[in-house]
Ligand binder design. Structure first.
Ligand code: GLY
Length: 305
């Protein structure tokens, strides 16, 4: 059997990006590691989990360690993973003290009984499944406390990259990949919005909204305001333009972002990889930071202004 070309795209959020170099360096490390694993024959599913785990461990991103704070001054995180091979999925929402929410989502997927766990049930499942836990101090950085205090003073709820927090860090993280067996997979993980109401859940752990993967079409990971993305199931819309509309990945991505902008006035974006290895990135925000290793061996890390 001819070996399939591989492709990988990762993102560190869409928005206004100060100090781009920090994100470029971080994404570069994750991208090289993920690419190496894909080329060694690892599955797309393992590689997207690996990449997002690294992004969650890096405090410059709003996911895992370094997540933004909610209206109680606490970290609550959402994450999901989806395998395009059999369209199995796992997700967790509003969880605290889980070092890598993406790994817990993977455990939910492997368990197979449910797709999305929240609250006490998710914590009980986490303890039983043996994922790494951390105390509150691990997650909360000084920069996040300052960002939260400024947002509270302003009386608002803010995207990590909005004006009040523009000196701070970016939003959601995610990864999509095509492996050497022709399978696609996606992951998305986030701390959500600054000063969000506790218990609020965004698009990231909702299959079809913040994440989608189908070997018949593509894998997609979104970033931006969950309240916008949820209303049009943004990730699945890309797949639907391919499946129902007969579009290529790039055409589907353009149609989707145009609809998101026109119909919702949506603030966000997404990365995607097609089942043929084509890649796409679109956003309505001023910038989105992402890195890719495409099927032709080209590697890039940049944001498009
Ligand atoms: N897209 C991340 C969130 O709204 O929570």
């Amino acid at each position: 059997m001819r070996k399939q070309e591989t492709a990988l795209v990762i993102h560190g959020g869409a928005g206004f990006i100060c100090d781009q170099e920090i994100y470029r360096v971080s994404l570069g490390v994750v991208l090289s590691s993920g690419k190496e694993r894909l080329l060694a024959g690892d599955s797309a599913l393992d590689v997207v989990e690996h990449c997002v785990k690294m992004l969650e461990d890096d405090p410059v991103f709003n996911a895992g360690r370094g997540s933004v704070l909610n209206d109680k001054g606490r970290v609550e995180m959402d994450a999901a993973i989806m395998d395009g091979k059999d369209m199995s999925a796992g997700a967790v929402a509003a969880v605290s003290n889980i070092r890598n929410p993406v790994c817990l989502a993977r455990k939910v997927m492997a368990d197979g009984r449910h797709i999305l766990l929240i609250g006490e049930g998710a914590m009980e499942f986490a303890e039983a499944s043996g994922v790494a836990m951390e105390n509150d101090e691990y997650f909360i950085t000084d920069a996040r406390v300052q960002q939260w205090e400024a947002t509270v003073k302003n009386g608002g709820i803010a995207l990590d990259h909005s004006e009040v927090s523009r000196e701070r860090k970016l939003g959601t993280v995610g990864a999509v990949a095509l492996d050497s067996m022709g399978n696609v997979a996606a992951t998305t993980s986030t701390g959500g919005l600054v000063n969000k109401k506790f218990g609020r859940v965004g698009d990231s752990p909702i299959i079809g909204a913040g994440i989608f993967a189908d070997n018949g079409t593509c894998a997609v990971s979104c970033t931006g305001i969950g309240e916008h993305i949820l209303r049009i199931s943004l990730a699945k819309m890309v797949s639907d333009y391919m499946l129902i509309g007969g579009c290529s990945l790039k055409e589907a991505a353009r149609e989707t972002i145009e609809y998101f902008r026109r119909r919702i006035g949506g603030d966000g974006g997404f990365i995607a990889v097609g089942n043929d290895g084509e890649i796409a990135f679109e956003h309505t925000t001023p910038q989105m930071i992402y890195g890719y290793a495409d099927r032709f061996g080209e590697v890039g890390i940049f944001d498009r202004n």
